[in-house]
Ligand binder design. Structure first.
Ligand SMILES: *Cc1c(COP(=O)(O)O)cnc(C)c1O
Length: 230
């Protein structure tokens, strides 16, 4: 089932990207494996999937160990500073950096590990009180502070808009993230300003997100099925 779902999804992503005049290599898939076992990740890997999204550090670490460290994890959940060391060790990207305290903590641990780490800034474009993320108008200052931290490579922005049934309702938020990314890029605040990442879009609205410029789509249910309750 996972293989068929992935193949179907890849076809749809490629078709949507090409209809928007973008190459399919410009839209990467993050398979959100949260709450699914390491065996599901293994099966997806055998079907050619590389990047996996996890939102609990302890759960990610257990799976990382079961997979003997052979997993490319993007962290997509709320990250507490006291979990920064583990996150920095087992993830290839933290998509949810939204405050300087967390950035400094990651940087400190990375110095002792002697390696750099890709990050995204999570932006609360919907100004939703229940959601993490920096407010759009605070993102520039956050990026300027992060620019002083040598081990962090800010690659772009990530967002999770307020949930609505109709994927079209998310379009305005995706567009705002893209516009914010363009502005920050213009100010040369990213590690590579010629390739700014935008992580947006989930199972029900990824096609709209690709139309609005997503370079990373985070998809769980459409690959692994309904998530088991924790
Ligand atoms: C769970 C989750 C997803 C995936 O959601 P689906 O609707 O299952 O595709 C994407 N992004 C984040 C941040 C998530 O927590």
């Amino acid at each position: 089932m996972i293989r068929e779902n992935l193949e179907h999804l890849r076809t749809k992503i490629a078709a949507k990207a090409s209809r928007c005049g973008r190459g399919k290599q410009n839209v990467r898939l993050v398979a959100v494996s949260k709450r699914f076992p390491a065996t599901a990740i293994k099966e997806a890997q055998e079907s050619g999937q590389h990047i996996f999204g996890e939102n609990y550090i302890q759960e990610a670490q257990e799976k990382y160990d079961l997979l003997n460290g052979e997993a490319d994890f993007h962290f997509i959940g709320h990250l507490q500073s006291n979990k920064a060391a583990t996150a920095a060790r087992i993830c290839s990207m933290i998509e949810t950096v939204d405050r300087i305290k967390l950035a400094r903590s990651l940087n400190k641990h990375l110095i002792s590990m002697g390696r750099q780490l890709d990050i995204l800034i999570q932006v609360n474009v919907g100004r939703d009180d229940n959601k993490s993320g920096t407010l759009p108008e605070k993102s520039e200052e956050l990026l300027r502070e992060i620019g002083k931290l040598p081990m962090l490579r800010p690659r772009g922005l990530m967002t999770m808009p307020p949930f609505t049934e109709d994927p079209e309702d998310a379009r305005i938020y995706f567009r705002r993230l893209k516009e914010l990314g363009d502005t920050l890029c213009h100010h040369k605040l990213f590690f590579d300003n010629s390739a700014v990442e935008l992580s947006m879009g989930m199972s029900h609205d990824y096609e709209v997100a690709i139309e609005e410029g997503a370079t990373l789509v985070r998809i769980g249910t459409a690959i692994f099925g309904e998530r088991p309750v924790r």
